[in-house]
Design a protein around this ligand. Structure first.
Ligand code: ZN
Length: 201
């Protein structure tokens, strides 16, 4: 009996350990927390995870999370199609959108370059951005990758990639402390960052 109990718990701990930033100790703590949850709460959590996987996907144009093949921003004819704001993850897109200041389109890279971790250009959605630019509607690409080493490396890479197309490339300004992900920036800071963007050459 002991063995079975341990196996069931270990399986949960192993699954939790796959999450980013979760080590063995945290996984154990979470597993015991889940054990104390009511069955309804546990089902709610499990169902939310399944719904995300079964009902959401990445937009075929911008890689934002979406219930449809094309997300609501790409599908919205009122959005300014001459601008594309580039972010690393959808969570930053949500933060920018909450400011209500940006009316253009987005492009989500679903990652950033990190040579130290072996993440290169083929691990981010950069080529599909280039494909979008070839359609000729875009006048400006605003790079809003995080102010981290990875985000800066990604911004430099994208600038080199986009420059030959003749599309203007700008980088948002940083009142944001270096090393802090954009998703944690407050709205006023984000608006100022957008307003203070400068052209990259
Ligand atoms: Zn989209």
């Amino acid at each position: 009996m002991e063995g079975v109990t341990q196996d069931i718990l270990d399986r949960l701990i192993d699954e939790l350990k796959k999450l980013p930033g979760i080590g063995r100790k945290t996984a154990q703590r979470l597993a015991f927390f889940l054990l104390k949850m009511s069955v309804e709460e546990a089902r709610g959590l499990a169902q939310a995870i399944i719904d995300v996987k079964e009902r959401l996907r990445f937009c075929r144009w911008c890689n934002n999370v979406s219930e449809e093949e094309v997300c609501r921003f790409c599908a919205d004819p009122r959005r300014d199609r001459t601008r594309i704001l580039v972010v690393e993850e959808p969570i930053t897109l949500f933060a920018v959108e909450r400011t209500g200041e940006y009316k253009g389109l987005y492009h989500v890279l679903l990652g950033a370059l990190s040579p130290l971790d072996g993440r290169g250009p083929s691990d981010i959605k950069a080529q599909s951005l280039l494909e979008r630019l070839k359609q000729g509607e875009t006048k400006e690409v605003i790079i809003a990758t995080n102010p981290t080493i990875e985000g800066e490396a990604t911004a430099i890479y994208l600038t080199r990639l986009i420059k030959p197309t003749g599309v203007k490339v700008t980088r948002i300004a940083y009142g944001i402390p270096v090393g802090v992900d954009l998703e944690y920036a407050d709205e006023v800071t984000l608006i100022k960052s957008l307003e203070g963007r400068r052209e990259l050459t």
